[in-house]
Design a protein around this ligand. Structure first.
Ligand SMILES: Cc1cc2nc3c(=O)[nH]c(=O)nc-3n(C[C@H](O)[C@H](O)[C@H](O)COP(=O)(O)OP(=O)(O)OC[C@H]3O[C@@H](n4cnc5c(N)ncnc54)[C@H](O)[C@@H]3O)c2cc1C
Ligand code: SF4
Ligand code: SF4
Ligand code: SF4
Length: 584
């Protein structure tokens, strides 16, 4: 189907059940669209993404010889691939399709404004039709995928991901900055919901990883450079002890760089007494004998835990999240230690033992006479060490009373926060971070393991605070994503990228610095050098085109002409002219 053919456009306006049709007049929008120039078919339908909806598009392409399609429905993020596939199956180039977001951009944000919402929907559909008349077919391009994965971090998530990939026949390189594999789990004496130590749990996995012929482990190493694009990355890895560097070609990467336990300075007198420690510090003390005070080696009689130390603090950026491991880990530690001390108390805001087998830990702690006392969120316990004792006073919500205890050992169930060098890692791999400081996934619901850097996945606590089982589930998911890419051998890349017109480029470098994805470089083969775009790295964001002072950059699929046509369609619409086929 050629771009020079007279445009024959089909417009499909979706009800999305009540989601769109409940808030604006979809029938009216579809009917009006039918009068626009080059629109040969226009209809409103209950669910365009359903099999029936997709079939309708295909049938109308065949029956009416449509060569361009507009679907006015939900976010393209959700269903653009669905509709692109549908038109392609009938021989229409996927870039001859446009999707208007009537749900997120209109009905959901104008719920009580029927007329205004209908008018806005009509504006957007009219603009889309105008643009669609100017769309051009673009080629579907692919690049090869190097069959090797880089795993950054050899904690439980990195180990699991590496094993899964290697078992499916692909090479893996684990780059671990520490001198041992196993991450934090390795250090902990008791791992809920089991009765094993972290080292015991990890032993068989570490053994399998070390002896696997397709896995290379690089301890004491960090990635210092990461260049290239999906399927074809060039990585420089530097040994932190010897300074030696190695270059690796890899096709995909999984970042499992984990977390750090928060050192709660400024919370509950932490740092003022050796007998005020974090749960992570408690977890590293061997428990073969009775529990003793770090300060003087005397047996601990009164043991107190305080939950949410540095977590769940609205307004304190980086500490607003629930750390998700601590309620269960605290219940487990308190329960285990209950028969070695006289009294164990847990002071808490809420109890969130949400995982499989975790509620049982909570019940067991109570059965073992661990006392739970709830304090108000806005009235944290006070810890005073001035008398030489660890004196804790707090308000008990349920008893509606102020209480006090002198503890021998105070354990703070402190937050999970990202490692300090996460800033370096995020820059290296062009990953963004959420307010809790961990890496952002591509989409929190629909793509929780992939990132905006195509070919780079995140798993485990690099992505958010979570427990070990959840980290392992992530790791297997990310490994499956990497395997799928490598097994296919090649991957499609978007054609909606930028392009430099060599004759117009004035060699100013503006676009090189403007591009947030490092996709533009200067080609020094030319004299003077001209900018060139590495298409596989380009995300089509348009920043370079807007920044170029010479107008030398064209955005495929969003050309100046296509954008200006939309502006005209918005500003210069006349129903009369439209009827005569003279309006934009
Ligand atoms: C006190 C405490 C108790 C816990 N108890 C339990 C429990 O009982 N049960 C449970 O299910 N969960 C528990 N958890 C949670 C559990 O520790 C985590 O879910 C788990 O460690 C996450 O594994 P991970 O591989 O994502 O990260 P990590 O264990 O943090 O491993 C990350 C690895 O990456 C390495 N690394 C980091 N940055 C780089 C880099 N730039 N380059 C190279 N290597 C890098 C690190 O050195 C580390 O080896 C507990 C957590 C805490 C704090
Ligand atoms: S898991 Fe429990 S202790 Fe940890 S932050 Fe969440 S509510 Fe607080
Ligand atoms: S900003 Fe424009 S003129 Fe300057 S180097 Fe880039 S493409 Fe060339
Ligand atoms: S469109 Fe965006 S990602 Fe692509 S080269 Fe330009 S600035 Fe970089």
């Amino acid at each position: 189907m050629s771009d020079t053919q007279e445009p024959r456009i089909g417009v499909f306006v979706c009800h999305c059940g009540h989601n769109i049709a409940g808030y604006l007049d979809v029938e009216k929008v579809a009917k009006q669209a039918g009068d626009l120039p080059n629109v040969v078919y226009s209809v409103d339908e209950m669910f365009m993404c359903s099999d029936a909806g997709q079939q309708l598009i295909k049938d109308k392409i065949k029956e009416l010889n449509l060569n361009r399609v507009v679907v006015a429905s939900c976010s393209p993020r959700m269903h653009e691939p669905t509709f692109r596939r549908a038109v392609e199956e009938e021989g229409v180039n996927r870039y001859m399709f446009d999707q208007v977001n009537l749900r997120e951009h209109v009905s959901w944000c104008h719920q009580n404004e029927w007329d205004n919402a209908t008018e806005k929907a009509w504006d957007l559909v009219r603009m889309s039709v105008a643009r669609t008349r100017k769309l051009e077919s673009l080629p579907v391009k692919t690049v090869k995928v190097t069959p090797r994965t880089l795993v950054v971090g050899g904690g439980i998530a990195g180990l699991r991901a590496a094993m899964d990939i290697a078992e499916r026949g692909f090479e893996v390189v684990i780059v671990e900055k520490d001198s041992e594999l196993g991450g934090h789990v390795r250090k902990y004496t008791h791992i809920f919901p089991t009765d094993q130590s972290g080292a015991e749990i990890l032993k068989p996995l570490i053994k399998d990883v070390k002896k696997h012929k397709r896995i290379t482990v690089m301890l004491n190493n960090k990635v210092t450079e990461f260049d290239g694009y999906i399927g074809n990355f060039l990585v420089t890895v530097k040994n932190q002890k010897t300074g030696t560097e190695e270059k690796l070609d890899i096709g995909t990467a999984i970042i499992t760089s984990g977390f750090e336990p928060f050192k709660p300075k400024g919370y509950y007198s932490y740092g003022e007494s050796p007998d005020i420690i974090t749960l992570a510090e408690l977890q590293e003390i061997p428990r073969s004998e009775g529990l003793v005070r770090p300060s003087d080696g005397k047996p601990v009689k009164k043991l107190v835990f305080i939950g949410c130390a540095g977590s769940r603090e609205p307004g304190n950026i980086g500490h607003e999240h629930c750390s998700r491991y601590c309620c269960s880990a605290t219940a487990k530690a308190a329960s285990d230690l209950a028969n070695r001390v006289d009294e164990v108390m847990i002071l808490y805001q809420d109890v969130r033992t949400y995982g499989r087998g975790h509620e049982e830990l909570h019940r067991l702690a109570r059965a073992n006479h661990v006392i739970y006392s709830k304090f108000p969120r806005d009235m944290k316990p006070n810890v005073d060490t001035t008398s030489g004792e660890i004196r804790i006073t707090w308000r008990d919500v349920l008893a509606a009373a102020d209480l006090q205890i002198d503890a021998d050992l105070l354990v703070l169930s402190s937050a999970m926060v990202p490692p300090e060098d996460i800033v370096e890692t995020s820059k290296m791999f062009s990953l963004t971070r959420s307010p809790d400081g961990f890496f952002n996934p591509e989409h929190i619901k629909l793509a929780p393991l992939t990132t905006h850097t195509a070919g780079v996945m995140i798993a485990g606590t690099a992505q958010a605070a979570k427990n070990a089982s959840e980290s392992v589930i992530d790791a297997s998911g990310a490994a499956a994503k990497a395997v799928a890419l490598m097994a296919a051998g090649e991957v499609e890349i978007e054609s909606t990228v930028s392009h430099v017109i060599p004759d117009l480029c004035s060699s100013c470098h503006t676009c090189v610095t403007a591009c947030p994805y490092g996709a533009i470089s200067m080609d020094s083969e030319h004299d003077p050098p001209i900018a060139i775009v590495q298409e596989a790295k380009c995300k089509g964001c348009g920043t370079c085109a807007a920044a170029c002072p010479s107008g030398a950059i064209v955005m495929y699929h969003s050309t100046d002409d296509q954008i200006m046509t939309m502006v005209e369609a918005f500003l210069c619409y006349s129903p009369e002219l439209a009827k005569r086929g003279e309006s934009v």
